[in-house]
Design a protein around this ligand. Structure first.
Ligand code: HAM
Length: 429
């Protein structure tokens, strides 16, 4: 017999484990839906060019790409943002704001480690068609609400930056290859101070400027305070001033949503993806070493790359792998167990039809109900009911039925009571 394991970074998830995942995904999706985001569904495989346009080299290196049987270069979706840009471009009739969410799998050939897998879920949440900070604040508010509901709001901080602000500060230091320098800044959290300095020198930052870059990228503090400080020290050029003004407006909007306290301005946040045009943000466990819980930003030019209409956009992708680590550490990861409301046990074959009748009525009333499929005796059925964590077992026997009754057993206490047939649904719902 050949023993074939799943690929590294790909996971088999059995029902007990996936029940916990489902609970967390439901929190994320329900929150997005409550804010008026609508669910979409998109292909798992796309033409490779879709990502070549603007996702950046790092992501391209990690894609699962191959030639399909028709000779097309195709790629397993490493992220959904380019697909969404295509969808928005294709439909000029959509009313703005266009607010979409979707949870699906992504594939990236990464170094597998805690929080980094090769196949993983993301829930993408984006607003298209709104240029103002109101949309920025709304997506951050959705994220904050999600973490509140997951019970870890006090452990999550949102680090926010504006690429144009950082870029103008770097330019004001006389740096002209800002893109390469920002690439090094993007790696800062993975590097020691000495390594960071060496890398900066390596991309041509002169030694008398390195300290300034280190100092700038160490700015991290409450958004309101830091914006005021930036207003005083930002370079006197149009882009920088506009970015500071916008950040001040964003701080106001975040306050209106009641989420400003969780937000910090952090000038080292750059994000690897090449399409972001201004605002970028990531969330982190405030006490941990974990990599980003999610990441996003504003990408006002991406939709326009796919056709004639320009549509501004902002959003993020919620990552489950790191969030799961955090929830586990905090004891907030849902229990990995099956749950069942009622198991209907038929004492003998001749009451099976009656048992199925009860099961179907209880399902109509919204309960999760199982009945015996395996032809087990009553003892075996109790054992099975226990293994699926049934809260109640409805025992259907010939003698009870003759009195228009059934027996209801509470599995936690073991208590049993006779219940008139017509009261069964009312009693168990
Ligand atoms: P990203 O930063 O590449 O952004 O991914 C967002 C989040 O997905 C990460 O913060 C992380 O939680 C999770 N993630 C990424 N790669 C992996 C992996 N290999 N294993 C497990 N989790 C991972 C994007 O994907 C953008 N498309 C987000 C976006 C949406 N920007 C605007 N709208």
């Amino acid at each position: 017999m050949t023993d074939i394991e799943s690929l590294k970074g790909f996971y088999d998830r059995y029902p007990e484990e996936f029940a916990a995942w489902r609970e967390v995904i439901d929190v994320v999706e329900t929150t997005a839906a409550e804010f008026g985001f609508r669910e979409i569904d998109t292909p798992a495989v796309e033409r490779r060019e879709l990502y070549e346009i603007k996702s950046g080299e790092e992501l391209m290196d990690q894609t699962y790409s191959f030639e399909d049987k028709g000779g097309r270069a195709v790629t397993l979706t490493p992220e959904q943002t380019p697909t969404r840009a295509r969808l928005v471009q294709q439909r000029k009739d959509l009313k703005t704001p266009i607010k979409w969410y979707d949870t699906s799998k992504r594939w990236r050939y990464e170094n597998v480690q805690k929080g980094r897998d090769r196949e993983f879920f993301q829930t993408d949440i984006d607003v298209f068609g709104i240029e103002s900070v109101e949309a920025d604040a709304e997506v951050i508010a959705v994220a904050a609400t999600i973490y509140e509901r997951l019970g870890v709001a006090d452990r999550v901080e949102f680090l926010i930056n504006d690429r144009t602000l950082l870029e103008s500060i770097l330019s004001a230091y006389g740096i002209d290859n800002t893109e390469a320098v920002m690439g090094v800044i993007d790696d800062k959290e993975k590097l020691s101070d000495a390594e960071f300095r060496t890398e900066l020198l390596g991309v041509g930052v002169s030694s008398d400027i390195v300290d300034n870059v280190v100092e700038t990228t160490s700015v991290r503090g409450p958004i309101r305070e830091e914006v005021e400080r930036m207003a005083a020290i930002a370079p006197d050029d149009e882009d920088a001033q506009a970015a500071v003004d916008r950040m001040a407006d964003l701080a106001d909007a975040l306050e209106s949503y009641g989420v400003a306290d969780a937000c910090k301005l952090d000038l080292s946040i750059v994000r690897g993806l090449a399409y972001y045009t201004g605002l970028v943000f990531e969330a982190f466990d405030s006490e941990g070493e974990l990599r980003a819980l999610f990441g996003g930003g504003r990408y006002d030019d991406l939709v326009g790359l796919f056709g004639s209409q320009d549509v501004p956009a902002v959003g993020f992708a919620f990552g489950y792998s790191t969030t799961r680590e955090l929830l586990k550490k905090e004891g907030e990861w849902p229990s990995e167990a099956l749950s069942t409301d009622v198991y209907v046990a038929a004492v003998s074959d001749d009451v099976r039809e009656a048992a199925l009748g009860f099961a179907s009525e209880l399902r109509e009333a919204g309960l999760v109900v199982e009945t015996g499929l395996a032809g087990r005796g009553l003892g075996g059925q109790f054992g099975y009911a226990d293994s699926i964590n049934a809260e109640t077992v409805l025992i259907v026997g010939q003698r009870d039925l003759e009195n228009d009754e059934v027996t209801v057993r509470d599995m936690a206490s073991g208590d049993e009571e006779q219940v008139p047939v017509e009261d069964v649904v009312g009693e168990l719902v």
